[in-house]
Design a protein around this ligand. Structure first.
Ligand code: GDP
Length: 339
């Protein structure tokens, strides 16, 4: 398949205020796309099927990227399984149903590498999907995403529409959720080390043993991959998007500490979950189409820290003393992104 999107395509980026959606928005703007459509969760609650159907009927997008989801780090996922399952099922069902009934010609559904079995052979090939039990800490989120992938393959088979799915590895970048209780590991560590630097703390405590390994993809690279896939990919297989490079969480902590300029001790709270030991993606399918990630972990982290310093209230007022920020050990108080 090779039908490049044209810059006047009416392209709806669902979730355009989130980590991935905002990177998609930047990407397509910088490529001269003039007909981008986005709605914040205040303007459009994607969990509401009537409102979502009305929005599609009014705006008539031609192409849709589903980057809207309730997302969170390991503890948020583990402690709010009902929210992660039902909000995500509703969001994606409303989006995909509305796309079909309003004649959307192309749609990209974004999943996550957590859809694969916990003990999948590494690196994880696309065919590992549904071949074994899931990691417990993010099962609800993963089951919702698997339902979305199944809906896409069903639509391809039953309705012959060229809708596709992609499975990115752990994504990070500007616009992430830097709440240390609810965010994913990269923004949580940036916030923790920054606070410790500002407060002059002698040590920072990170979660788990530090031994799990993760593969990190910079959000702007993922946006570029999404554009590439919309132009070049048309297959029922939910395609992996990653870098092929892995680091241990302990190595990640050392890199983040160096970038932030924090020189104190790093401790590990083993009462917090490690989650999946490894989830490195096999990216040969995407490699063979000719797409590769461009941003190194180091430069992606530097850009993200710069964005954090320039854009967050937490960074501006300097750390944990600010009222309203959750303290270490607080219950997750996260706000998901629905639109
Ligand atoms: P996961 O890939 O679904 O497990 O998502 P996370 O990004 O939340 O966590 C990745 C790994 O980083 C896990 O092994 C966590 O235990 C570890 N980790 C270490 N410190 C932190 C932290 O401050 N926040 C989060 N979310 N994870 C952390």
């Amino acid at each position: 398949m090779n039908h490049p999107l044209s810059p006047d395509t009416r392209l709806y980026i669902a979730g355009h205020r989130g980590l991935v959606g905002s990177a998609l928005w930047r990407h397509f703007r910088s490529r001269g796309f003039t007909e981008l459509i986005g709605r914040s969760s205040d303007e459009l609650d994607l969990r509401d099927s009537t409102a979502t159907a009305r929005f599609f009927a009014e705006t008539r997008p031609e192409v849709v990227v589903c980057a809207a989801a309730l997302v969170g780090g390991i503890v948020a996922n583990d402690s709010k399984p009902v929210d992660f399952l039902s909000d995500n099922l509703r969001i994606q069902l409303n989006l995909i149903d509305s796309a079909v009934s309003n004649g959307v010609r192309r749609l990209l559904f974004l999943g996550s590498s957590c859809v694969y079995p916990r003990d999948a052979e590494q690196p994880i090939v696309e065919e590992a999907l549904l071949s074994g039990p899931l990691e417990a800490t993010n099962q609800a989120y993963a089951v919702a995403k698997i339902a979305g992938i199944t809906q896409i393959t069903g639509i391809r088979r039953q309705l012959s529409l060229p809708y596709i799915s992609a499975m990115p590895t752990n994504v990070f970048g500007p616009g992430d959720n830097f709440d240390p209780a609810a965010g994913h590991v990269v923004p949580a560590m940036i916030q923790r080390f920054h606070r410790a630097l500002v407060a002059g703390d002698r040590s920072v405590t990170c979660w788990g043993s530090g031994r799990p390994r993760r593969e990190f993809l910079y959000a702007d690279d993922l946006a570029d991959a999404c554009h590439f896939l919309l132009d070049n990919y048309d297959d029922r297989v939910a395609i992996n998007v990653g870098t092929g490079a892995e680091v241990s969480i302990e190595e990640l902590a050392r890199i983040v500490a160096r970038i932030v300029g924090y020189t104190g001790e790093i401790r590990w709270d083993t009462s917090k979950p490690d989650g999946t030991p490894r989830k490195r993606l096999d990216t040969r399918r995407l490699d063979s189409l000719g797409w590769h990630a461009r941003t190194s972990l180091e430069s992606g982290l530097r850009n993200t820290y710069e964005w954090f310093l320039a854009n967050t209230d937490e960074a501006r007022v300097g750390g944990a003393t600010r009222a309203g920020l959750p303290a270490e050990g607080d219950a997750p108080t996260f706000k998901g992104r629905h639109g």
